[in-house]
Structure formats: structure tokens, C-alpha cells
Design a protein around this ligand. Structure first.
Ligand SMILES: CNC(=O)NC(=N)Nc1ccccc1
Length: 301
């Protein structure tokens, strides 16, 4: 099973290649496309923290100089990592106005960040690199349009039958998730990494405290009745104390029993662990190993 990390918003974060050289990391969600188009023809915007050179495509908020990222994605691919482009995040205004805007947004993402050489009307912010899929980290204002985007993206995926592309999502743990429940029911996800932190009534800390409110079982039912019952369910966790709201960080020793129980209760569904986020994990060294390394060890049992 896999460890997925978010990359792009870490304080003083190192380059992407640093994380791709870590054997404990399998999937990297590069965040974020944090400005969504309001109308057909509008370009989205991006933010990758301290990466890129600050330049944007004229009259847009889309970063054009992400040289570290376009240089490092080949390293990641060479090392067998799955590289996803993540939409949303904390700051984004995340409303999709109509099905037309949803399909435009999906087309833009595909022609700009998917396989190169399809449509020269679109920019190539990561140059000829293609991402392995798109992650939906919709934190607010969502709810409408994401199923349409995902169906459109999957129709593009089908044009490249020899290649594999993924759709993932990061809902909050409270059910139903206001932002992504509609999309999960009506369009096919490959990975769902639930943010089992920052929300008191369902978090992983509830497992530690024995309240019975940790809701992995309920989420397993959501997946079973979703558009893709074969989606993998990941346990999302903060990678350090400071990476989440106070009180939601689990030590590796606290994670072990949770993962052991649910990995064995749901062997086909259980996909692994998602961490928010990569740099916090790097900086959280316990007994000589960083947090992601501890998670990878727990997954191997
Ligand atoms: C998958 N996305 C996130 O995990 N976002 C996230 N953790 N945002 C955040 C919320 C509160 C404090 C710090 C970060």
C-alpha cells in the first residue's frame, strides 16, 4: 500500500526531487491550482509556495516559470513516483459556475498538464511533462460541477488507452462531505484520502481516544456505493504537530494500531496513508526516521 504526500505549500520547502528520492513516498500531490476559471475561456491560477520564478502568463495568475518543477518531474517519474496535480487548497475560491465552465476547466487542465502536443492553444506550465492525474482538494464553496469535470477528464483519459491516469479527492471526514460527496457518488475516483484531522467529530484522534467516532467504516460504505466501488481509501493524517489544527496529530505509535486494524478489516479497500504535508514530514524526525518513513514502515507491518 502507498504513502501519498502533498507538496507545494511547505514552509521553506526543498525541491520536488528531494521528495521523489525518498523511498517512503509513492504518490506526490503537487498543490495548488488555487484559482478556478469563472467563465469559459478564463485561465486558472496556481501557487506552489516558494517554487517557480514568480512570473505568470500575461494577464493571468497562472505561474509560467516553475523551472524546479518541470526539471524535477522527470526525476520523479524515473523513480517510479505517481505525480498528481492538486486543485483547491485552503485559499482557493472553489466554485464552478456551470457545466460549460466545468468542461472548459477540465479541458484546460488536460491540454496544459496532460500529454503534450495535443492543442497548442494552451500553455504548458510544466513544459512537456505530463502529470499522472488530478487531485481535488476542495475545501469550501464546492459541491457543484466536480462530477462534470471528472467525467470530462476521464473522456480525455480514454483517448490514451495505453496510459494510466488517476482522479483523487481529499474530502473532510464529516459525512456527507459538502464539497465532494456529489462528485464521489456521480463520477469515478481512484483514490480517496480522507482528511481525518481538523474535524473533531470523526478524526483519527477519535480512534486514539476510543470515542467510537472515527468513521473509516462509514466511509467504506460511501465508497462501496459510489461511482467507483473499487476506489482505494487512504487514511489522511497530519505529518507533524504544526501541520494541523491543535489536537489532531497522531504519533507513529498511535497510528500503528489504527492502520493495523483497518488495513486488515478492509484489505481490498485500504489504499494506504496520505500526509499533509511533505516538508512537515521531513522536519518531523522521530528516532532517526522522518514521519513518512514511520508510516511506510507501519504499512509494511
Ligand atoms: C489535503 N489538504 C489539506 O490537508 N489541507 C490542510 N491541511 N489545510 C490546512 C488546514 C488547517 C491548518 C493548516 C493546513
Amino acid at each position: 500500500t502507498n504513502v501519498a504526500v502533498y507538496y507545494g505549500q511547505g514552509a521553506n520547502q526543498p525541491r520536488l526531487s528531494h521528495f521523489c528520492q525518498e523511498s517512503s513516498v509513492d504518490i506526490i500531490n503537487i498543490g495548488f491550482i488555487n484559482v478556478f476559471p469563472e467563465a469559459v475561456g478564463d485561465w486558472p491560477g496556481s501557487n506552489f509556495g516558494n517554487q517557480c520564478d514568480g512570473n505568470v502568463y500575461e494577464n493571468t495568475e497562472l505561474l509560467s516559470g516553475c523551472h524546479q518543477i518541470w526539471e524535477d518531474i522527470p526525476v520523479c517519474k524515473e523513480l517510479g513516483k505517481t505525480v498528481m496535480l492538486s486543485l483547491g487548497g485552503e485559499t482557493a475560491y472553489q466554485t464552478i459556475a456551470s457545466d460549460e465552465v466545468a468542461e472548459w476547466f477540465a479541458d484546460f487542465l488536460w491540454y496544459s498538464f496532460g500529454p503534450p502536443g495535443q492543442n497548442s492553444s494552451f500553455p504548458r506550465p510544466f513544459q512537456d511533462n505530463q502529470v499522472d492525474g488530478f487531485d481535488f482538494d476542495i475545501e469550501h464553496d464546492g459541491g457543484y460541477g466536480y462530477a462534470t469535470m471528472i467525467r470530462r477528464l476521464r473522456s480525455h483519459f480514454a483517448d490514451f488507452p495505453d496510459e494510466t491516469f488517476y482522479i483523487s479527492g481529499a474530502p473532510q471526514c464529516q459525512l456527507p462531505d459538502a464539497q465532494l460527496s456529489d462528485a464521489i457518488s456521480n463520477s469515478e475516483f481512484d483514490f480517496i484520502w480522507v482528511q481525518w484531522y481538523n474535524t473533531a467529530g470523526c478524526s483519527a484522534m477519535n480512534f486514539v481516544d476510543g470515542t467510537g467516532l472515527f468513521n473509516f467504516a462509514q466511509w467504506s460504505e460511501v465508497i462501496k456505493h459510489s461511482a467507483n466501488p473499487n476506489a482505494k481509501l487512504f487514511v489522511g493524517l497530519p505529518a507533524s504537530e504544526s501541520a494541523a489544527v491543535d489536537g489532531f496529530y497522531l504519533t507513529p505509535a498511535e497510528v500503528y494500531p489504527l492502520v493495523d486494524i483497518y488495513m486488515n478489516l478492509y484489505p481490498d479497500l485500504f489504499g494506504g496513508i496520505m500526509l499533509w504535508e511533505a516538508t512537515a514530514s521531513d522536519n518531523n524526525v522521530i528516532n532517526g526516521h522522518d514521519y513518512a518513513q514511520h508510516m511506510k514502515h507501519i504499512l509494511h507491518k
